[in-house]
Design a binder for this molecule. Structure first.
Ligand SMILES: Cc1ncc(COP(=O)(O)O)c(C=O)c1O
Length: 329
């Protein structure tokens, strides 16, 4: 069997890029107090293996029992763990958004589970006990859904990685009994800190499995520091300001790309899908130390995903596009 790995935006193993439009992470982070706490995290001792104080803090914030809060080494680790817990509790199909974050399918395939892609949540029709991934708002489209199908009896997991980066509209009500996956590092501009958590709906068998499958000290000291301050008032108000800035950059960047003849899809987040007039644009920009996310692996050849970046980066992108156009003229 050949190992297969999901493709991602951000660092790609090549020379460091100067302007990175390929990652969905906010370019604005991190907020000062939270950053200080991360830097001062005690790396000389193990974190509490039960993460008691952290789980109580997160439980309070979500108005639920601390024991239902499961710290993860980032959302990616949470996806793997929940998929394995689903398999071990008798789930045989995994429904994944298409286009969607590649790790849901990768986790299912690695365990030999049947993957069922869906374009619209209304198309989800499990034939067996299923793990259903909903991504709200969705990566890479930035689309939001309010109309959930009735998925009673299935393990429904809602990935809320980009909820804090929702720039338009309100979060829809969650489907009843859904698991939640929370990944704050993107909104905080701290993707190097591998920290997230799962909120389980009940202390059932899948919850017991998901908890038992975690390695000891799954979350680092830095991760604990980040999550301890995630629901702080200072972080919440910093995030509101960050969203206002990202809204402004989204508007100017979209206008610039429209001027360069890029087709663009609507999105409620700081990232969106776009179709440049030249199909090889991702490669051509990469040669100029600018990165956009080629959307071929999302099943969208000819498209790219871009995130809102500061004005200076937008100007550099526009300049590079003009140079490429004149080279090709
Ligand atoms: C939708 C979605 N979920 C989860 C993740 C995992 O993020 P992390 O493991 O950094 O928390 C990502 C990362 O890009 C993502 O796009």
């Amino acid at each position: 069997m050949k190992p297969w790995q999901a493709e991602h935006g951000g660092p790609d193993g090549g020379p460091t890029v100067e302007h990175d439009f390929s990652t969905n992470a906010s370019p604005l982070g991190p907020p000062a107090a939270l950053w200080q706490a991360v830097q001062q995290a005690d790396r000389q001792a193990y974190p509490d293996p039960q993460y008691g104080a952290l789980r109580r803090r997160l439980g309070e914030a979500h108005s639920t029992d601390a024991e239902l809060l499961l710290p993860t080494a980032g959302g990616a680790e949470g996806i793997r763990r929940l998929t394995l817990a689903a398999l071990l509790t008798g789930h045989r199909e995994v429904w994944v958004p298409q286009p969607g974050f590649g790790d849901y399918a990768a986790a299912a395939q690695a365990l030999g589970l049947a993957v069922q892609p869906y374009a619209d949540p209304a198309d989800i029709r499990p034939t067996a006990s299923a793990l259903v991934w909903l991504c709200e708002p969705c990566n890479p489209t930035g689309a939001s859904t309010t109309d959930w199908p009735d998925l009673d009896g299935h393990l429904v997991a809602i990935d809320r990685a980009y909820e804090p980066l929702r720039l338009q509209g309100d979060a829809p009500a969650l489907p009843p009994k859904a698991w939640q996956l929370i990944c704050p590092n993107k909104a905080l501009g701290l993707t190097g800190v591998r920290a997230g958590y799962i909120v389980a709906p009940a202390a059932d068998d899948a919850w017991a499995r998901a908890q038992s499958l975690a390695p000891s000290w799954v979350l680092s000291a830095e991760g604990v520091a980040l999550l301890m301050l995630w629901h702080d008032d200072a972080t919440t108000s910093w995030l509101a300001d960050a969203r206002a800035q990202l809204r402004e950059w989204t508007t100017t960047q979209r206008a610039m790309l429209t001027g360069e003849d890029w087709q663009q899809r609507p999105s409620c987040t700081n990232f969106w899908l776009a179709r440049p007039p030249r199909p090889d644009i991702a490669l051509r920009l990469r040669e100029r130390n600018i990165r956009v996310r080629d959307a071929t692996s999302f099943g969208l050849p000819g498209w790219v995903r871009v995130s809102a970046q500061p004005r200076r980066a937008q100007a550099a992108l526009q300049q590079a596009l003009l140079e490429i156009e004149s080279e090709d003229a």
